[in-house]
Write a protein that binds this ligand. Sequence first.
Ligand code: NAD
Length: 474
Amino acid sequence: MPTSYKNLIDGELVETSATMEVLNPANEEVIGLVPSCGEAELDRAVAAARKAFKTWSKTPIEDRRAVIQAMAGAIKENADELYRLLTSEQGKPHDQAKGEIFGAAGMMAAQSTLSLDDVINEDSDTRLSRTRRVPVGVVGGIVPWNFPVMMAMQKIAPAILSGCTIVLKPSPFTPLATLRIAELIKDIAPAGVVNIITGEDSLGPLITSHPDIDKITFTGSTATGKKIMEGASKDLKRITLELGGNDASIVLPDADVSKVAEQLFWSSFSNAGQICVAAKRIYIHEDIYDEMSAAIAEVAKNVKVGDGSEQGTGVGPIQNKKQFDRVVELIEDAKSSGYKFLVGGEVDPSGSGYYVPITILDNPPEDARIVAEEQFGPVMPLMKFSTEEEVISRANASEYGLAGAVWTGDAENGVKIAEQLETGTVWVNEYLHLSPFAPFGGHKQSGFGAEYGIEGLKEFTYAQVITVKKEAAA
Ligand code: NAD
């Protein structure tokens, strides 16, 4: 029997007559029923958020901080239940789901310590000019299915810290853990400050075009990001867009193969490759290509693909059928084009669950679809390069600009290369590290604006400059 979940609107847990089914991607069984909201529920949530904004925006920041910290505490206290639920709806292995739940709570608590202080622009004999940051109002948050809890909490925390209120929509594929958190935080924030409503994709455009929402913070695909921008243009809503990526990792000839191979593997295959900043194109210098690719293939041999709730699983299923079909299509395209597979490539369509084997390609051409497009699955193309100049230009030849990495024995040279990559984040000799205090965001079609850090917090505010003319000095 699937469990029924409720939405959080105006401090109350509510149901709708229409519901949506949520599947476990490991076996395609229905595990949850969630409300399917439309215009009426959205209007109610937005009205509650608007009403709450009046007092919440005037609530001292210390009190807002305390609410966020209490929410983080509630998530941590219930982590055991939440990570299991997250695995069952999203597919990721238990240890990775645990990492997401504790990561989300930790990130909320850390972000709650930020503040936006006033800035004095001029304090002269004749004038005092000061900039203050004012919360924009009601925020619409729209979240994808790959890190559903992390993405939801990294929108809620800075939005309400800034003094805004929020109406958040999880992905229809992965709303369960977020709705369980809605129950847990129901009485922590005042009514209307945090509203969580679920619905089909069609609820998204209703949010982006809602006349009483002031800002959209969106994480998801570039294609949807473009639609959000269009929807938000009607009344010039502010928008933050965290979109897709096709991140390049550059492995220089002085990289230590024995240390780097396993890290490179997980930079592509964590969360079954469904990470916006997963390494999706790996460029290895020709001098170490054979040794490094053999070492990565060796790591792959020992990783189990399977149900994330089973002990020992390293790579879970793809989260949903549509994405599974897309990854299979890219693999089939690579096969029919005659590209060489180092590992995997044989998808078994029989049986239940959206499983794709760990798949590693051996030096496919730059214009192969599996290289040029965001795969978002357990697929890793390895490519050879000869010179730094050449690899920098190949890495930058993408419509995306989210993140990238350089692996080298000479960190100083790694930084020189990092500075030439056209992306919002570049790691040298590590991967996937995000700090709640450093801005995270994309360049080119990976979006704009930032999450995390002071820059992320500013996105929920506008700058108001107050200038006071003083009496002329005697
Ligand atoms: P998606 O764009 O299909 O959906 C994301 C959210 O948008 C969902 O809640 C969906 O219901 C909603 N939505 C769909 N159509 C909409 C519309 N027309 N208007 C408004 N909302 C709409 O993305 P996805 O498939 O859930 O997520 C995968 C993508 O997200 C990948 O491209 C990945 O790279 C990207 N992503 C980016 C980041 C980042 O921080 N840059 C992080 C995670 C994922």
